[in-house]
Write a protein that binds this ligand. Sequence first.
Ligand code: NPW
Ligand code: K
Length: 511
Amino acid sequence: MKIFSAQQIYQADKFTMEKQQITSDVLMEQAATKLFEWIHSRLRGTSVNIQLFCGIGNNGGDGIALARHLQEHDYSIKVHVVNYSEKRSKDFLLNLERLKDRKIWPDFINEESGFPEISPNDIVVDAIFGIGLNRSPDDWVGQLIAHINASQAFVLSVDIPSGLPTNRAPWDPDYVIEASYVLSFQVPKLAFFLPGTGVYVNQWEILDIGLDPEFLNGEEVAYELIGKPELWPLYKPRLKFSHKGTYGHALMVGGSHGKIGAVQLASNACLTSGAGLVTVFVPQCGYHSLQTALPEVMVLTDKEHDFITEVNMPFVPETVGVGVGIGTNEKTITAFKNLVKYFKEPMVVDADGLNILALQPKLLKDVPALSILTPHPKELERLIGAWKDDFEKLEMAKAFSTKHDIVLVIKGAHTVTVYKDKGYVNTTGNPGMATAGSGDVLAGVLTGLLAQGYEPLHAAVFGVYLHGLAGDISASQKGYEALKASDIVGNLGEAYKQLLSPPETENAERE
Ligand SMILES: NC(=O)C1=CN([C@@H]2O[C@H](COP(=O)(O)OP(=O)(O)OC[C@H]3O[C@@H](n4cnc5c(N)ncnc54)[C@H](OP(=O)(O)O)[C@@H]3O)[C@@H](O)[C@H]2O)[C@@H](O)CC1
Ligand SMILES: [K+]
């Protein structure tokens, strides 16, 4: 699903009105009707107090129009106009008149003394600011937002939590609505998925307000939200007349004394994700445990006992996954340098492999084009430098990816895969996956997909989703706390099955 910028949403608006020969008021009415239907289908006339806080722009207009529908269906409502500017929008004013025609008189809030009491049992509709927010809310408006947050009422935000900008971090983190639920128009907003701004969005859903599909389908976007429908075309079905050679031979290079488990998890994941053959290259201390734990995996050892000093390959693998548990011993760094220089196909670099690249950035020019790097935030910062907010981080990641022609997988609650000027936001995964070895499993999955011939960008987007889905299945079986990385490997097969299950269940899978 495409993620549009605010500017693109305004363009979609304009295009729709011109093509369908409708006015902006009609579009607002469609939006308000969808909001009303969503609420009504859940409340079914329940007697609950609904307090609507409406700004003076089109987001406020949506709220005012919604109030009219709620009143027509006998809901108990209280409408507040948050009077933060004299510049009221045309459709806001039109809907305010319609409300007055029905003898509903909103109160106008101009300062703190006018804040209403909000009971924890009320429902708050937040229609103060939408995607038009372009500067910090005035103090008294910020205080109103804080007052709503402190109320413990259920807060339903229209389009986007008020105070949350679409393209930067909030000016003041206390001046943003903490939404219980966001009903967002037509397309999800990038801010919902980034760690600094996603915290304001507990749950979200898209309402189709009828923006024109011709525009939506034709527009190029900087970010895409990845769900099942985006993955189906990437999947490579197993063929009847295939053999293990068809699915590639992967080499996993990693491990050091006390960290053989990392490479064990990664190679197990690599094989389980479907690689035809997997060989592991480890220091000698890893030999027995690997041969015992993973009979399907072949093991090569370094001449050194505790760490890797030179990677000798008696065969040419389809791909290499390097870095998990490898450490940063000087001799290991030399081995890593030689490996990235010698190997010419896209590879996966994780963990200490990334730290070595951060220590010696000139090695980046030797990393094969289209290789996949899988940093967590700290590793990313070592690679690309510090950022001011998540939006800048993504721009810096795009520049880095373009400069070095590599695929960057930025791990987090919503892992974002970046290649050149485009980002792919993942929708699977859960907090239980913040556990030792989870990243090693991902590195293994991605290496396994590369071995099977997936294009590197596809391998990254597909693998991140699959890994998260296996984590979600694990969480449903064990809960968050008890979830271990080996459970994720154990559920990769079930994840494939769910991923390929028929489209009927698709909506339920979406967030
Ligand atoms: N296609 C769609 O999705 C549809 C979208 N619709 C709805 O429209 C919403 C966008 O509406 P909008 O453009 O009127 O902006 P909104 O957010 O209401 O702000 C109002 C104005 O406030 C101003 N302003 C900004 N920051 C400020 C601040 N800190 N303190 C004070 N003032 C500030 C700024 O004006 P300025 O003063 O900069 O000229 C801004 O224009 C969208 O979220 C959705 O709910 C639907 O109606 C139908 C179709
Ligand atoms: K809002």
